[in-house]
Design a binder for this molecule. Structure first.
Ligand code: NI
Ligand code: MN
Length: 197
């Protein structure tokens, strides 16, 4: 498989864009009310939206962006059902440990230890993260909001090129535990997120 350049843009908090192989993926698209975001939700033009869990700082502007762009939303079954009730038409449900091949590559939902209630209080299923094996040849792990968990050790077998890990403490693992996560995952590059917001 050829290795093509992958562009990753961090928008602050947990919002990340990935451009790969002609596809534009946005994860946890929280722009409105995100003090660190330098662009507005209107400027985002993804063909895929991934949502790690139901909390408002992760669902963010997903509904508006999905309706405007007709992007396919990938999230757990409960979140996808809730989005459909809000009028989002194109969704694909995954659940923990399960993955699927999409036009950009393979996406698997990984374990996260956290909560997942949706902004209106609806049940958001289990929280998760994503392991992306991009068609470009790169592997990206987006942990989502999570504690340090020993399950991350399995990711050492995945040759992760980029691990995107929360470090903010309080709601997720802090810096010391994130360092332990890196020691378990052994990625080539780490992008710390979910702090100072
Ligand atoms: Ni959360
Ligand atoms: Mn969060």
């Amino acid at each position: 498989m050829a290795v093509n350049p992958v562009k990753v843009i961090y928008h602050g908090h947990a919002a990340v864009s990935i451009e790969s192989d002609g596809h534009n993926i946005v994860i946890d698209p929280f722009f409105s009310g995100n003090p660190a975001a330098r662009i507005s939700a209107d400027a985002i033009d993804p063909d895929f939206i991934l949502i790690s869990h139901g909390h408002g700082d992760h669902v963010g502007d997903a509904i508006d962006i999905a309706k405007r762009t007709n992007a396919l939303v990938i999230a757990n079954f409960e979140i996808v059902n809730w989005l459909a009730q809000q009028g989002v038409e194109r969704t694909h449900p995954l659940h923990i440990g399960g993955g699927n091949t999409f036009p950009f590559g393979y996406c698997k939902m990984t374990i996260a230890h956290h909560g997942s209630s949706l902004p209106d209080g609806a049940y958001g299923g289990n929280p998760g993260g994503f392991l992306l094996r991009l068609n470009s040849g790169k592997t990206i792990y987006f942990a989502g909001d999570t504690a340090l968990t020993y399950d991350m050790k399995f990711l050492a077998d995945e040759n992760v090129d980029l691990a995107i890990l929360p470090i903010g403490d309080n709601f997720t693992m802090g810096q010391d535990d994130a360092i332990k996560a890196v020691q378990l995952i052994r990625p080539a590059v780490v992008l710390p997120i979910h702090y100072n917001t």
